[in-house]
Design a binder for this molecule. Structure first.
Ligand SMILES: [Zn+2]
Length: 118
């Protein structure tokens, strides 16, 4: 499920739904500069600012690339509840035409894979 992104072999999504062209990234609040929990370390703050800004820019580039090739990038923050995250993924899949998109109530990538292609 941890698949390289087409055209960007060094970047990976955490979960990909190939048939529905949806890539899910689960990202830490600190490393990806979550707007709700951004806190800059005091020591070497300029270095950290550049570093975290670079990470965020990479994420934006990846999303732009995915959108360009017809994929839907979805970013789940570390601070989100599992329930909330599952709902967001299900809603995103529903917009991609997934028949059970909105009905998915538990996080089950294995069964998702099993039904792909049916
Ligand atoms: Zn956060």
């Amino acid at each position: 499920m941890d698949l390289p992104i087409v055209g960007m072999p060094r970047r990976r999504a955490d979960v990909t739904f190939t048939k529905w062209r949806t890539a899910v990234f689960v990202q830490g609040c600190f490393w990806h500069a979550c707007p709700s929990h951004l806190h800059m370390p005091r020591h070497n703050s300029e270095w950290w600012r550049q570093k975290l800004r670079g990470n965020a820019r990479r994420d934006e580039e990846t999303d732009a690339h995915l959108t360009l090739i017809g994929w839907l990038p979805l970013r789940i923050w570390e601070h989100e509840t599992v329930d909330g995250a599952v709902k967001r993924v299900a809603a995103a899949l529903a917009t991609r035409g997934h028949p059970r998109g909105l009905a998915i109530s538990t996080w089950a990538p294995v069964s998702e894979r099993a039904t792909e292609g049916s």
